[in-house]
Design a protein around this ligand. Sequence first.
Ligand SMILES: NC(=O)c1ccc[n+]([C@@H]2O[C@H](COP(=O)([O-])OP(=O)(O)OC[C@H]3O[C@@H](n4cnc5c(N)ncnc54)[C@H](O)[C@@H]3O)[C@@H](O)[C@H]2O)c1
Length: 422
Amino acid sequence: MALNIALVGCGGMGLRHLHGFIEHSKKFDSLEMIAVCDVNEAAARHVADVAEEHLGRRPKVYTDFNAMLAAEPLDLLDIVTDTRMHHTFAEAAFEAGLHVMTEKPIGITLKAGRRMRDAAQKSGKILSVAENYRRDPLCRLAKALIDNGAIGQPRMAMDVHLGGGDTLMHNTAWRAMKSRGGGMVIDAGVHAADLLLFYLGDATRIYAETGIFETTRYRREMNANLKKFYGHRTDDIQAENEAVQVDAIDSGFGVIRFESGAICNFTVSEAVKAHQFAMGTIHGSLGTMTMPGPRSGVNGAVIQLDGDDRKISGDDLLSMVPADFRHDDITAAYFGAAPISAYDMPFEQADRTLLAIEYEEFARCAISGEQPEVDATVGMKALALSYALLESGEIGAPVTLNEVMDGTVAEYQRSIDEENRV
Ligand SMILES: NC(=O)c1ccc[n+]([C@@H]2O[C@H](COP(=O)([O-])OP(=O)(O)OC[C@H]3O[C@@H](n4cnc5c(N)ncnc54)[C@H](O)[C@@H]3O)[C@@H](O)[C@H]2O)c1
């Protein structure tokens, strides 16, 4: 029998989750979406309309989360609200005996994450973090290549993300506000942090310089692609204004030391004008790997070995992983069991396919009691690595990942916790 799930948060990513859910229901029958909730009723109705059109059954629409929790026979909850609500809804759901999947970052701060982890443990229910990038088969292949020593022992990495200008990302004002999202080093940086930990293992010490370079950000006309996902939502913050005041750090320039000894330059800036640039490379004792672009299908890893001019890419990479390397069976349902170096899917299809994989893993864990791949600890480590930049920048000294994880260092996060009563 299918487990009953509800979606709370029907904005841009909530709509994308629904499309992931539709994709999931084409292959699996483990879940039924019986309710959706958003304080913005029009957004919730829009998501319910899309569900009805594709699934043939309309989830019930709620604007009050507690009313939904009290009324519906739910087994699982999918949290896709903006980040500051994740812990409140997760705790209420665990209290009510539900399993929880939440969008990244796990919570608004590490304290929120610890509360969610503790509530999950107390209830004995599953907490899964919907971190989608690492689930891309091109990222799975990159990880298998690194683990198999294709570039030797990783020594250094460069992970640089520059862009943004003075635009509000996705026209969402909460992303520019410290108390609502922590800032872009958290909201966007947490994906990159998760991938660095996935590829290189645990981090130990982090030093960073940080800044706010754009104190005013602007809503801009959305292009057609963005409109597909964010066109139905309205902003609850200064919605009538084009200009929004920014109080969240927009740029972090960090250096990370990993337990393995590897050193990484990790930079995230959302305030770079007239230029968009991203690069990710891992430099090992035998050569260099360019990291793949998740959900692209075509920007796979590229390896160059010392003393060899060739750039090894595409299917030539497949002989560099162990012959018995296979995708897990959920990933295999969408991409096949054998490793792949490319796939032919537009972004939207790749996006919803990775979300479908997350849903099925969540359902299986809820049934079996097994922990998901990105559990509370894995989700918190990625959040801690992102916050480590901001904490180090705040106090002007290196911090350890453990200090940020356990809350010993939390200067930047203190006001966020206070404002959100975490
Ligand atoms: N994994 C990814 O690739 C990815 C991409 C985008 C966003 N996200 C994450 O998804 C989450 C949502 O981001 P978004 O871009 O969809 O933002 P959004 O602002 O478009 O959507 C958030 C929605 O939550 C609703 N909401 C807020 N408080 C609520 C409450 N108390 N009760 C019910 N609904 C409430 C808002 O009305 C809004 O519709 C964030 O945590 C973000 O970091 C992840």
